[in-house]
Design a protein around this ligand. Structure first.
Ligand SMILES: [Zn+2]
Length: 182
């Protein structure tokens, strides 16, 4: 029982986790609803301005994790998930982001320049926006937001989990989505 399609059950889980006004029917609607929800919170906007000004990183972890971000020659900053690093990179405009497959540990890198995707490896990289199993707690959702080297790695990870649901993107499409996020 795994899937990366946008069905009613996934929509229900996302609505509950992100406190959306209605059940999203598809990815585009999910992002619209998420944006509407974020816009209600002035402190979120304040924080994002700090990220844009290089004064903050989203989801910083004090411990070493699989997800890191650097800017120029700066030290690696570790975060709780791949969403945190990629969103931070998009808001800043320039960064190098790294991750490791949550299933097998294979390394991935992504370079963002002027807010767009400049380079990445390996070339099959996909992002999974997972929801977790039914009834799982809401935020933090970091255990379900991952980069994978390709869809095979992603499917192997999903199959190793109990009742995970989510939807996935090629990296280019995901970066485009993130740019429209706020
Ligand atoms: Zn893997």
């Amino acid at each position: 029982m795994t899937g990366v399609h946008f069905g009613a059950e996934l929509g229900n889980r996302l609505m509950r986790i992100y406190c959306l006004e209605k059940r999203p029917e598809n990815q585009a609607e999910f992002f619209q609803l998420l944006k509407a929800e974020s816009a209600k919170h002035p402190r979120t906007r304040e924080f994002l301005d700090r990220v844009r000004a290089n004064k903050a990183v989203i989801g910083v972890s004090d411990e070493r994790t699989k997800d890191w971000i650097v800017m120029g020659e700066s030290e690696k900053v570790f975060t709780h998930c791949s969403y945190d690093t990629l969103m931070t990179a998009i808001l800043r405009g320039d960064s190098k982001v790294g991750s490791a497959c949550p299933h097998c540990g294979k390394a991935m890198t992504v370079r963002i320049r002027k807010g767009t995707l400049e380079d990445y490896s390996p070339k099959g990289v996909v992002f999974l926006w997972g929801s977790g199993p039914e009834g799982s707690p809401g935020n933090p959702m970091c255990d379900h937001l991952h980069l994978f080297p390709d869809t095979k790695h992603m499917n192997a990870w999903i199959e190793s989990k109990e009742n995970e649901l989510g939807f996935s993107f090629g990296l280019q499409e995901f970066i485009r989505r993130l740019r429209q996020r706020f």
